[in-house]
Every structure is written in structure tokens, then in C-alpha cells.
Design a protein around this ligand. Structure first.
Ligand code: HEM
Length: 158
């Protein structure tokens, strides 16, 4: 009887471990999966491009941009920072943004558009916040890119 109970308990425990809800609780699910993998991330980036098309503050910055490249590199980057199976092959955050005069208003405006893009893609709020938290450390190198480019004592990380 005791052996049977132990067997039963082991069975129940292994069933629980395989249940996606419990994997979520145990933290096994990557942010990449919670964002809907490559399909979800692609939808987020496409939604973001749509939002940028309507953003009078940011749109002028993209006047000369190759949008296909921007789309591809941003998908790679979001996949990479969320622990997905992608390598980021774009330029560094400093090299990319050093030619742009920008401040907190621009950064916040992009974040607002990204939140709208994620909400429209039905990304759960928890996953939205986790992605924003992974992008937040890039803030300084994006907004103060020129300073990072010109001051050798500053070491860029992204
Ligand atoms: C955490 C925030 C940001 C991230 C992660 C990010 C990421 C990127 C990436 C991955 C690229 C493509 C790089 C490449 O082509 O190799 C890019 C390009 C670009 N970003 Fe950002 N960016 C951020 C914030 C901003 C903000 C606030 C602006 C506002 C003006 C901006 C404007 C641009 C523009 C205009 C390009 C295209 C540059 C070109 O035409 O070559 N970015 N960004």
C-alpha cells in the first residue's frame, strides 16, 4: 500500500511538472515564449512600425531609414534579449543612435508606442513589463549615445 501511495504521488508530481501553468509558476518558461516566440515578436514589431507611422515626434528620425532592415534587426534584438534563439546582428546601440539628437521625451514616446504595440499583440502585462525591464538598461546608451561615442572612459555594453 505504501509503495502504491508513493507511486501515485510520483505520478501526480510529474503530471504537475508537465502542466504549462505550473511551468510558468516555476519560472521555466522563457520571456521569449511568453512573448509568443518569433511570431509574437514579429507582430509586436509590425504594430510598433504602425504606431511610429503616426508619431509626429519620432517619425522624422526615420525619414532616411531602411525600414526592412530596422524591422529585421529589432526582431532579432527583441528575440535575443528575451532569451530566444536569435543572434543580434545589427549595429551597437551607441553607433545606431549617436547621430540623433534625442532626450527623455523621445525615449518615453518609443516606450509608449511599444506598450501599445504589445497590448495590441495581446502580450500579457507581466511579459510586457519584463521586456521593458530588459530594454531599460539600454536607456543611457540610446539617449546619450553621442557622449558614449565621444568619451573613451565610457564603455558601452550594447
Ligand atoms: C531601448 C530603446 C531602443 C532600442 C532597443 C532601439 C533599437 C534599435 C535597433 C535594433 C535599431 C536597428 C539598428 C541597425 O540597423 O543595425 C535601431 C535603429 C533606429 N533607432 Fe532605435 N532603439 C531604441 C530607442 C530609440 C529611440 C528613443 C529613437 C528615437 C528617435 C530611436 C530611433 C532609431 C532610428 C531613427 C533608427 C534607424 C537608424 C538608421 O536609419 O540607420 N531608437 N534602434
Amino acid at each position: 500500500m505504501k509503495t502504491l501511495s508513493i507511486l501515485l504521488l510520483a505520478l501526480i508530481l510529474s503530471a504537475c511538472a508537465n502542466n504549462p501553468t505550473n511551468r510558468m509558476i516555476s519560472g521555466d518558461v522563457t520571456l521569449y515564449e511568453r512573448l509568443g516566440e518569433l511570431e509574437g515578436i514579429t507582430t509586436v514589431v509590425d504594430n510598433l512600425l504602425f504606431e511610429l507611422g503616426d508619431n509626429n515626434l519620432l517619425l522624422p528620425y526615420f525619414a532616411e531609414t531602411n525600414i526592412d532592415r530596422f524591422r529585421e534587426k529589432l526582431i532579432e534584438q527583441l528575440c535575443n534579449v528575451s532569451d530566444g534563439p536569435c543572434e543580434y546582428t545589427g549595429d551597437s546601440m551607441v553607433d545606431t543612435h549617436a547621430g540623433m539628437e534625442m532626450d527623455d521625451r523621445h525615449f518615453n514616446s518609443l516606450v509608449t508606442d511599444l506598450v501599445k504595440a504589445m497590448t495590441d499583440a495581446k502580450v500579457p502585462v507581466g511579459a510586457q513589463n519584463d521586456l521593458l525591464a530588459r530594454l531599460a538598461p539600454m536607456y543611457d546608451e540610446v539617449v546619450n549615445a553621442r557622449r558614449y561615442r565621444d568619451d573613451e572612459s565610457l564603455t558601452p555594453r550594447f
